[in-house]
Design a protein around this ligand. Structure first.
Ligand code: ZN
Length: 271
């Protein structure tokens, strides 16, 4: 599943082709993805000039001079194909710029979404209204976490996956940040000390920044990989490493189930 760093990398890749470009052709090749495409999508975007791109949580934003922003989510399997040799059956939305660049939103499982949101309404858009601060922005501080977590008894791992506490953090990066900060993922969120939260925040920012950087380095080659902006491999300390030695102490990494998903951790290093 594309996580925040993949979405950020995708947005940066798209910006090379779209920022400042006029959309000469917009084509929908089916009725929608997880929900129907907006009825006025083609009409609104055709002839529009892209005024900038951005990201909020795991959503990509394509701002236009029509006062409308196209908001996309990649769902489970979505990706943008840049200059595809030919369109496939999973290319459901196609944008062509007036300089002839073709970008196709490919989503085999169709869990993604595309919406049009009036720019002044973006912050209040339902998916955005309750989001917590972006991990890389100044709003994510130990003090914010302390307040947001309060006296909650739910596990810190589950609370960090709650988008109202931090926007866009996914399973991989929560597991990795908790490991680096030495915090037991099962610990009650309200019982994590101020000192531990002060260790955690810079590690959240670091794991996300490193992943974006890794994606940025794979971006240089993305024209060679059939124009697909997708996943990039990275060496993790604990994520998906059940039974393998902890990178810090050598004890086997353990897996447990929390909220229906796997957590990987080192019982010796995380207290
Ligand atoms: Zn360890």
């Amino acid at each position: 599943m594309p996580e925040l760093p993949e979405v950020e990398t995708t947005v940066r890749g798209l910006a090379r082709y779209l920022d400042g470009a006029r959309l000469a052709r917009v084509e929908t090749r089916r009725a929608g993805l997880r929900r129907p495409f907006p009825v006025d999508l083609v009409q609104t975007l055709t002839g529009a000039t892209v005024t900038g791109l951005g990201r909020r949580a795991k959503y990509g934003l394509i701002h236009t001079d029509r006062g409308q922003t196209m908001v996309f989510h990649l769902g489970m399997s979505g990706r943008w194909r840049i200059e595809p040799d030919e369109l496939g059956k999973h290319d459901h939305l196609v944008l062509e710029t007036d300089s002839g660049h073709v970008l196709a939103l490919c989503d085999p499982r169709r869990f993604g979404s595309v919406d049009l949101v009036a720019e002044p309404q973006l912050a209040q858009w339902p998916a955005f209204a309750a989001l917590g601060p972006e991990p890389l922005e100044d709003g994510l501080t130990p003090a914010h976490l302390k307040t947001a977590l309060g006296a909650r008894s739910a596990a810190i791992k589950l609370m960090l996956l709650d988008q109202r506490i931090v926007a866009g953090l996914g399973n991989i990066y929560v597991c990795e940040a908790l490991f680096r900060a030495g915090i037991d993922p099962r610990k009650a969120a309200g019982k994590v000390s101020t000192a531990a939260l002060a260790r955690l925040v810079p590690q959240i920012k670091a794991v996300i920044a490193e992943a974006i950087e890794a994606g940025g380095s794979s971006l240089r080659d993305f024209a060679q990989v059939d124009g697909e902006l997708g996943y990039f491999s990275k060496q993790f300390d604990v994520y998906d490493r059940h039974g393998q030695p902890c990178t810090r102490c050598g004890a086997p990494v353990q897996r447990l189930a929390q909220g229906g998903r796997s957590t990987w951790h080192c019982a010796g290093c995380q207290k």
